[in-house]
Design a binder for this molecule. Sequence first.
Ligand code: ADP
Ligand code: ASP
Ligand code: MG
Length: 456
Amino acid sequence: MSSLINNQAREITVSKFGGTSVADHQAMLRCAQIIKNDPANRVVVVSASSGVTNYLVRLSQANVSEAEQQQLLESIKNIQLNILAEIENSEPLEEKINGLLNELTAYAQAQSLNHSLRIADAILSFGEQMSSLLFAQVLQSIGVNGHTFDVKQIMKTNDLYGQAVVDLDKLAKCTATFLTEKLNDQVIVTQGFIGQTADGHTTTLGRGGSDYSAALIAEALGAKNLAIWTDVVGIFTTDPRITDQARAIKEISFGEAAEMATFGAKILHPATLIPAMRKNIPVFVGSSKEPEKGGTYIQQTVASKPTYRSISLRKEQTLVTVKSPAMLHASGFLAKVFAVLAKHELSVDLITTSEISVAMTFDNPSGSTQALLNSTVVEELEQLCEVSVENGLSLIAVVGNNIHKTNGVGTSIFDALSGINVRMICQGASEHNLCFLVNEAQANETVEKLHNKLFS
Ligand code: ADP
Ligand code: ASP
Ligand code: MG
């Protein structure tokens, strides 16, 4: 029996469908057909239906009035019940969805009485819980033996709510114990984005985390492929919403795609490629609306190594500059600064230093539930040095190959940017990128100008 499971595992594709792919019944039906078309598709990881997590984020916040709470719950209910209404013989499922909506209401009420990060994560988990139940039923409606599987059985995490860290050993063991055998005769539909602490509390892995969940499950199963189905026909030379000149990339290496994701290309959660790279699992990115158009293949080695592959943009960056004359010829100052950041579990993205000052950037997205750079951190840093904080910045990364060793890269990039104030530049640590900060108001224009210069 176990060899049968192992052989099957090697042939498995883990398929992840994002929010727009499971936005309504028609979208779910298209995705179900993708699953049906290839017997290797035995594990499906779904996001919440489009818009639901945003409503849940608001619902989980501290200052929500009773009227707004009602409105949010109503909007979520409408999205889910509209899908349910299109599914035949859905009475037992309707009971489950209504049960979840009641549970969600109770959590929302508890949250407005006594706000906690733990309840916030419990609230955020309802989108994926509902979409996974609905998707399994849609699979069944077209003759696929789809069953919902509670990902909390395998995705064990620490208790860093909003940005929980997954226990990889437990994931591997629990997958072998609770999931692998089911794949012999079922197509499993499970939830992205959510996990569970050792003492049973629900956690989330950070916004956009379903991509990462899918990659972790693919790794734990030793899957042959990972497919990320979204609303664009692959990874583009830049976000196609910024310029219609952007074009789809046929193939890209793990290293390049990982840098794109890290520096903001929303198409993939930043951590997605880490498990795929560990187990050398090729990743396909395509559109669930137009699967016939193909997509992008991300793999370890690719034939082409262009200097310029793509441009990523990440908005809502905060730049913190710390300055201390005591830093001149002194040692240990940076260790103290980083000790404060580590204590608050803040991660620095870019960093530049001069004789007596250090500038660092932090991702500070407003719709996030993750720990943000707050006044407590700034006050603690002020015990050590002068601190200045600038908001409203965007990080732009030019991603490609051998950027650090190619003549004229800087000239090509900065020639394109006349009229743009470049606030900070980082290059040299990686062969794959050159990054810089600009004002948010000029960010899209900067990407457009650069794209014209590097890709036209
Ligand atoms: P999903 O809900 O399927 O996870 P996301 O909205 O998270 O989808 O990611 C898909 C979006 O990523 C696209 O609609 C596109 O606007 C954006 N995006 C950003 N950078 C890129 C890029 N380089 N290539 C393609 N899409 C990109
Ligand atoms: N539903 C979650 C979000 O919107 C996770 C995801 O879609 O990947 O962030
Ligand atoms: Mg996404």
